[in-house]
Structures are given as C-alpha cells and as structure tokens.
Write a protein that binds this ligand. Structure first.
Ligand code: SF4
Length: 314
C-alpha cells in the first residue's frame, strides 16, 4: 500500500468518519453515500464560498441567519440586493465581497464544470473543488493550507502550488469521490488536533512517517539539546550566554526568532556572581529565557570552581 493510503488509514483509524459536508448544522457519517437534494447541494455551495478565510463556526452563524430569513436558496439570493445579502452573512467576514461572490454564483448558468466554475468571480480552486466534491460527488481532491502544511511536514510534497498538491493526491489515490471526501475532512481534523502551526507531535498517529525539519534562522543560539519525539524535536537551548556584551542589542530578536522557530526554552548561564544577576534580570524579562540553576560558578578561580545552585526564575 502506498504512503498516501497508509496516512489515510492511520487518520481514519484515529478519528473515524467525519460526516462531511455539514448540512443544517449536522455532520452525518452516511452523507457521502446518500443522494443529495438540490437544497443540500445549494447549502454546500454557499458554505464553500462563505468559508473562505474564516472559521466554520462563523459560516454556520451566517448560514443560520440566511435560513431564518428564508434566504438560503437561489431564488431569494438572486432577488436580494448585494447590501442586504451582505448584512445577512456578516458573521462570515469579508461580507461585502462574499455577497458579491454569492450573487455571481447564483447567476452562473453555464455547465457545472471545473473550468467554468473557475471563471466565476471570486471562486478559486479550493472553493470550486469543495463545491464539486462535496455537493456534486466529483472526484477533485480539495487542497487547503492544512493539506499543504501536513504533507510538507511529512516530506511527501513540497512547494506551495495548489495544482502540485492536487496532482500528488490524484496520482496516488484511486479516483474515488468518497475517499477524497473523507480524506480532506480527516486532514482538517488532524490539523486541529495535532498538526497545528506549532505541531504537537508526541502522540501524533503520523509521526512514524514525518520528516519535518526545523530550520532555525541563524541566531546567536546554539541548540544544545533536543528532545526527539519520533522525527520531531522539542528544542531547548541548554547553555546560552546571552549576558555577554556583544549579544546585548540582539536579545529581543534572538528571543523572537527562537519563539518563531519553536524553541521551547533557552537556559541562560552566568559565569560569575555579577553575571548571575544579569541572568536573573533576563529571565524575569523574557518568558522563554530561564536562569540555569546549575552551571554557574561562584569562585573567580577556574581551578577552584564550585558549582552553586541558583534560584530559577522559571
Ligand atoms: S508528527 Fe508532528 S509535524 Fe508530523 S504530522 Fe504529526 S503533528 Fe504534524
């Protein structure tokens, strides 16, 4: 079995069927096998447009408002002014633009092909593929930021182009809309649970496949220790001399770069009692910096070094 199917199986085993696409606020595990009504298809199309650049919770609010106002149908959306429609979908954000997109969509009357839909103002490949896959059961794999993030981290696809990612799935999976339906939903779930912006790899069901590399930008930090979890690291710099005069101007940048790169903590060590005070000051100022409790020397003579404990500000 190829890796793409193995990843699917692992995700499915972990999260089970996701019941996409939610209609009338409900997820239904049998939805992908059932014949959809025209009203359900339309709701999916509207949801796919409204979900651009916002969370599903906000989309649900907008769909519920449309429903309450008997406006979740083609005829009413056609009749409503763009301004009025924008007010009804306000909770989904970018409501003026999205109202225009909905108007363009309801007035679209060509054949429902990918190419034709992509020519509608405001509909990009992710929205069009969501419409085709989830409303019309057409086998187009939906690629979103989560898909790019997970599969880049897994080391299976690189770059950022929608078509490259979609081709990858189309080449490596059987052409099956039900499989594509479930797979995309599982990817979204996995991104919420584990593969977040800062990944939580410890219990990730995919960690045996994952080849993520942390590319630290050059900073003055030396990574002294890495707790390896599968192929993922929680980075801790265990010995850092940020009190040195030549780092003084760089400290805020070093801290910001380290946080951005996923470094969990930086242990700053003092070299003499005077230096220890500076270490404590730094640790008070920046959360990520910790005063090293055991690498501090109280004796001025290197030959007679006595390690002393220093209270950690952590
Ligand atoms: S191991 Fe970490 S980076 Fe890899 S898929 Fe899992 S959560 Fe994402």
């Amino acid at each position: 079995m190829n890796k793409v199917l193995q990843v699917f199986n692992l995700l499915f085993r972990k999260y089970d069927s996701q019941g996409w696409w939610p209609v009338n606020n409900k997820y239904n595990p049998n939805f992908k096998t059932k014949e959809k009504s025209e009203a359900e298809k339309f709701e999916i199309c509207v949801g796919a447009i409204l979900t651009q650049s916002t969370s599903w919770r906000n989309v649900e609010k907008a769909l519920n408002t449309l429903r309450k106002n008997n406006a979740l149908n083609k005829k009413t959306i056609k009749k409503l002014s763009t301004e009025k429609l924008a007010l009804l979908i306000k909770s989904s954000g970018y409501h003026n633009q999205k109202a225009r997109k909905l108007k363009e969509f309801v007035n679209f009357n060509k054949e429902f092909s990918r190419e034709n839909l992509l020519s509608v103002w405001g509909l990009g490949p992710e929205t069009v593929d969501s419409i085709l896959l989830y409303a019309y059961d057409k086998p187009f794999f939906v690629v979103d930021l989560f898909t790019k993030r997970i599969f880049s981290r897994l080391g299976l696809v690189s770059g950022n182009k929608y078509d490259v990612f979609q081709d990858f799935f189309h080449k490596n999976l059987p052409e099956d809309s039900k499989l594509f339906n479930e797979y995309h939903a599982l990817i979204v779930e996995h991104s919420k649970r584990f593969c977040k912006k800062v990944p939580e790899c410890c219990d990730c069901p995919l960690k045996k496949f994952c080849y993520i590399e942390f590319k630290l930008k050059p900073t003055n930090l030396v990574v002294g220790c890495a707790e390896r979890i599968g192929d993922i690291m929680n980075l801790v710099d265990v010995h850092c001399h940020l009190t040195h005069e030549r780092f003084k101007a760089d400290i805020p940048k070093v801290v910001a770069d380290s946080e951005k790169a996923g470094v969990k903590a930086v242990l700053v060590s003092g070299v003499n009692p005077e230096d220890n005070k500076k270490v404590l000051e730094l640790a008070k100022k920046f959360d990520i910096l910790k005063a090293s409790p055991c690498l501090l020397y109280t004796s001025p003579s290197p030959r007679d070094r006595t390690r002393s404990r220093m209270p950690s500000s952590a």
